[in-house]
Design a protein around this ligand. Sequence first.
Ligand code: ADP
Length: 346
Amino acid sequence: MSAAEHKSIDKDRLVSAVQAEDDASFELKLRPRYLREFIGQNKVKENLSVAIEAAKSRGEALDHVLLYGPPGLGKTTLATIIANEMGVAYQQSAGPAIQIKGDLTAILTNLRDRQVLFLDEVHRLQPALEEILYSALEDYKLDIIIGQGPSARTHTIDVRPFTFVAATTRAGMLSAPLRSRFGILLRLEFYTTEELKFVVERSAEILGVSIDDAGADELAHRARGTPRIANRLLRRVRDFAQVRGQGRIDKATAQAALEMLEVDKHGFDEIDRRLLLTIIQKYNGGPVGLSTLAAALAEDQDALEEIYEPFLIQIGFLDRTPRGRVATRMAYEHFGIKYGRQPDLF
Ligand code: ADP
């Protein structure tokens, strides 16, 4: 099964960081439009605001930007913010959506002055298309081959100065030549609970939902360091509060709703639990290789690495070692299992 198919399964998870279909319109309302509205990621914001101010004062396009980190942390949001802060046009596409050279050439020749061109999942752009990008990124030139065989000629045409903002969950999968074309490399980190609380409170205000401090705290704790999940939990808990409560989200309402939705105190769901329990029970706590683990879980390796593991590693439940994945003491304690390698039964 491909990673893409897995992502569609993953979309059904309430605590998935991947955008679900019904998230789109809801997220649009909640998406911060300027840097000052963007919560957390202070280093990223500082770097960007200095670079944006400098580019604006020179009247130039901003340097190309690479944003990398797990899904749902604000890469697309930052791309739109860059365009808004620069006061330029914005256009968006994704690596897998561009299939033929003509598509990319059309995009590049129609660019507007200093605009932002955002490309999500840049690591999934075909290598042949990547090569077309190089000279466009380097000196705003595009080589077009006209004709075929011996009579083929190369024409070089100018494209307007622009800012390429690319996003990836897998920076390691980018080719070195592509990576070297970015002047600004920004890594997004998981958010702290405190920051997620701000996200929840900000979103609640925009949506006109009444939530108290303890209620927001409860949601923030279970959002897996990810604003997209915080917003989705808020939406589901709001429904619960309307139907079963007084419409206000307090601690008790939040807890009851999250219990009904089967989101535990770390924001784990069935797949996280299965992943950790498989390592603990089937592989004696590990180390177990990624491919073995993926087979045991009937999950795709890419999906495991990209979607499920980063958060478990971040909170210290899982270690990636050279010999494979290892469940930590904290993971054992979470499940009430005595820590230490269990003696083999035979
Ligand atoms: P990514 O592109 O990394 O998958 P998005 O930029 O689409 O993530 O972010 C998902 C949603 O999370 C956005 O619609 C936005 O509402 C919210 N969000 C992300 N980052 C922040 C932030 N720093 N502050 C407030 N909301 C945020």
